[in-house]
Design a protein around this ligand. Structure first.
Ligand code: DX5
Ligand code: ZN
Length: 218
């Protein structure tokens, strides 16, 4: 079905030189750039907002995959669209009107994603399947890089894969992805693999390339 795509999360990159980091990881074979936006409210950490994303936009043509860990999300969707995000993912837990949030993202001309925390059952997306382009299954509790993959998410990915059927929806995973866990999630049905620490622990384009290839073909 969908090809495997690798989406490095710049959460684990050197924040003092993000433009260079984005160029390096794309040179190393990254398919998408995963942008983790945190508000210190929905998750217990703060990262960056639309202005940082806008400043990164000229550095690459790669797809900007924006993961909004913010609540509320709706007042900021237009700003992230204007900043140059291609895919905007909101959390199902972040507001009472998930379907409206997804409609808003599409009305801004962007691909709409929905993300589920580890404790959230896949049933919450049953009635929005025709409103989403991407489903992001969190395989750690959002907020920080470098956490351990939660094994129970393998079954959730399988169930979501079955729910999706032949709809053209990307299934993305995020958290604790390294070659060993990449193999598990890809077999379960995920096709977009986010990885932060497993890629940015390296310190050169060649190291990034090796890590990306090891995750792509574990
Ligand atoms: C977690 C973020 C992830 C994180 C993944 O809240 O959404 O994208 O950066 O980091 P690793 O790959 O280190 O688990
Ligand atoms: Zn993320």
């Amino acid at each position: 079905t969908h090809p495997i795509r690798i989406a490095p999360s710049i959460l684990a990159a050197n924040f003092s030189q993000l433009g260079q980091e984005v160029r390096d990881v794309v040179d190393a074979g990254a398919d998408w750039i995963h942008l983790d936006v945190m508000d210190g409210h929905f998750v217990p950490n703060i990262t960056f907002g639309p202005d940082v994303i806008k400043s990164l936009r000229p550095h690459t043509q790669a797809t900007f995959d924006c993961h909004l860990m913010i609540s509320p999300a709706d007042p900021f969707l237009e700003a992230f669209a204007k900043a140059g995000c291609d895919i905007i993912t909101v959390h199902a837990e972040a507001g009472p009107h998930l379907h409206r949030s997804l409609q808003t993202v599409r009305s801004l001309g962007k691909k709409a994603g929905v993300s589920l925390n580890p404790a959230t059952p896949e049933s919450v997306i049953e009635y929005v399947l025709d409103a989403v382009d991407l489903i992001l299954v969190m395989t750690v509790n959002p907020g920080f890089g470098g956490q351990k993959f939660i094994g129970a998410m393998e079954e959730k990915i399988r169930r979501i894969k079955a729910m999706v059927g032949d709809r053209p929806i990307e299934i993305e995973v995020d958290g604790g992805i390294a070659p060993e866990t990449a193999d598990i999630v890809a077999r379960a049905g995920a096709n977009v693999l986010v990885a932060g620490s497993a890629i940015f622990k390296g310190d050169s384009v060649e190291a990034y390339r090796g890590a990306i290839e090891a995750i792509r073909s574990p």
